[in-house]
Design a protein around this ligand. Structure first.
Ligand code: DGL
Length: 269
């Protein structure tokens, strides 16, 4: 049994969709979250910069004594998973892409699969590679949708702006490529799920954060690292900029108000 917190991180608010799922799956685990809201988006940056920023974040989380590092960010998973596993040999590091690919391969997929994600994630080719390697037989169509993160961080995840932009990105995939399932390959995108559903009510939407939370639970149990049932969890939400959107989403996923907010720069880590 291990009551130390889990470290969860992302380039900004996206990983909060991961925290929402983790809290549903594991209600006695403490969490320290870091969102790099001052430097988001990462998806348009070079691999070197993404790696540099990520190591600053994870050194900060390691200094908080986390028992596990959960990468609630597809872009960071695509570019930094190996670097992080090497950097912290004593802390399990969990990425979001491989468990999602495995999950998709275990189901019967009747239609083609679409993946939308940041430029960096799509350019890495990792989703398509792992979906095929895991045994997915249907066709996979992957597309970079870079405008979504800025509109979500800017507080426009709901309504006509999000509906228009998601339609612009998805029409070809749905109508020409005939996808039946869409993987939201960026943890920011669950916040525009409703906007996507408005235009494509038939489309099955896959949220990798749900798969990730189940993977974290499995690993905690397998490694005898889960918190005691009697543990009272603590939630610390750190961001490099405590933006209004960050504060708003944190308060929505913690309706009981039992959490601490901290403005934290990680540049010196
Ligand atoms: N939320 C992130 C992801 O899952 C990255 C968004 C960004 O900073 O571009 O890929």
């Amino acid at each position: 049994m291990d009551n130390r917190p889990i470290g969860v991180f992302d380039s900004g608010i996206g990983g909060l969709s991961g925290v929402r799922e983790l809290k549903r799956e594991l209600n006695n685990e403490s969490i320290v979250y870091f969102g790099d809201t001052a430097r988001t988006p990462y998806g348009d940056k070079s691999p070197e910069t993404i790696r540099q920023y990520t190591c600053q974040i994870t050194d900060f989380l390691a200094s908080k004594g986390v028992k596990m590092l959960v990468i609630a960010c597809n872009t960071i998973t695509a570019l930094c998973l190996d670097v992080l596993r090497e950097r912290y040999p004593d802390i399990p590091v969990v990425g979001i892409i491989a468990p999602t690919a495995k999950y998709m391969a275990q189901r019967e997929n009747k239609h083609n699969i679409g993946v939308i994600a940041t430029k960096a994630t799509i350019n890495s080719g990792l989703y398509t590679k792992l979906l095929i390697e895991s045994g997915v037989k249907t066709e996979v169509f992957a597309k970079a949708t870079p405008i979504l993160v800025p509109i979500i961080e800017g507080g426009f995840a709901e309504g006509v702006v999000a509906e228009t932009i998601t339609k612009h990105y998805l029409d070809e995939m749905v109508n020409k490529n005939k996808i039946g399932s869409l993987i939201l390959g960026c943890t920011h995108y669950p916040f525009v799920e409703q906007a996507i559903r408005t235009n494509y009510p038939e489309l099955e939407i896959i949220n990798p954060a749900t798969v990730l939370s189940k993977e974290v639970k499995k690993l905690l149990i397998e490694n005898d690292m889960a918190a005691e049932d009697t543990n009272t969890p603590e939630y610390l939400f750190c961001a490099s900029d405590l933006s209004p959107t960050f504060k708003d989403i944190v308060s929505r996923i913690n309706p009981d108000g039992r959490y601490t907010l901290e403005c934290q720069s990680v540049e010196n880590y």
